[in-house]
Design a protein around this ligand. Structure first.
Ligand SMILES: O=C(O)c1ccccc1NCC(=O)[C@H](O)[C@H](O)COP(=O)(O)O
Length: 253
């Protein structure tokens, strides 16, 4: 598999996830987010149904190769009919699989839609790092989130962070196999800059940290988060001024 393209390959991605309303979307776009995430998973307080996915999609700038923004469709162990309908409604540029999708399923989703795939992985200990390897072989990008508690009603968007020291060293480098990866889990406008500098993540992703309550986005917090992330990415020596918006893709092997 070759790299999917600039949507996933470039450093400096900033994704605001769990968007449901125009004010929050507008704040994310104005601030300079590169990726807008839409959750399509019934139990989530951020769930957007097919009708609203299509309605919101109609208000967004065009997606596709070299577009300034990438729409990300987030699903959890979704079957083909659910995925087909959601992809039709949103016309995303990137698919985020946030459940227990196997490497084979990742490859099948990627092939069916011709879109790059983010595989989210819950991290709590070194074993979770070792488990990244087969996912990295099939996904275009990894999203490293806190592993949810066993009794959680959803696998992400919980505002929980994890030990970033797990993201260093040869085991981590081997497990990610050169695949780009984004950091998620409990990030906030106050912590994102430190996270970017310390972990050297290729991108960051937030949901709870820019909300006033689960599912209720705070436009001012979105603006602050994106500004802090942009400034931190710009300070990193390997990516001077490197905040980039997701653009085109190949999605093909
Ligand atoms: O947001 C949800 O409710 C959700 C439900 C099911 C799977 C994933 C979900 N969200 C994922 C995200 O929003 C982020 O990618 C990530 O988990 C960071 O969330 P947070 O810790 O709240 O910033």
């Amino acid at each position: 598999m070759t790299g999917a393209g600039p949507e996933t390959d470039r450093a400096g991605a900033i994704k605001i996830c769990g968007l449901k309303d125009a004010a929050a979307i507008d704040a994310a776009i104005r601030a300079g987010a590169s990726h807008l995430g839409f959750v399509h998973f019934g139990p989530s307080p951020r769930h957007v149904d097919h009708t609203d996915l299509a309605r919101l999609a109609a208000t967004l700038p065009a997606d596709g190769p070299n577009a300034p923004l990438t729409r990300v469709l987030l699903t959890v162990d979704a079957d083909w009919p659910v995925l087909d309908a959601a992809v039709d409604a949103l016309a995303p540029g990137l698919l985020q699989l946030h459940g227990h999708e196997t490497p084979e399923r990742i490859a099948a989703v990627r092939a069916r839609y011709g879109l790059p795939v983010i595989k989210a992985a819950g991290i709590a200990d070194a074993a979770d790092i070792m488990a990244l390897r087969p996912m990295a072989a099939r996904a275009d990008l990894l999203l490293l989130d806190a592993r949810p508690p066993v009794d959680a009603d959803r696998p992400g968007g919980l505002g929980r962070s994890f030990d970033w020291d797990l993201l260093t060293g040869p085991d981590f480098t081997a497990a990610t196999a050169g695949r780009p990866w984004w950091l998620a889990g409990g990030l906030t406008p106050a912590t994102v800059a430190d996270a970017i500098i310390r972990t050297r993540a290729d991108g960051v992703d937030v949901s709870s940290g820019v909300e006033t309550a689960p599912g209720v986005k705070d436009p001012a917090a979105i603006t602050a988060f994106v500004a802090a992330a942009r400034a931190a990415f710009a300070r990193r020596p390997e990516a001077p001024g490197a905040v980039t918006r997701g653009t085109g893709l190949s999605g093909s092997d």
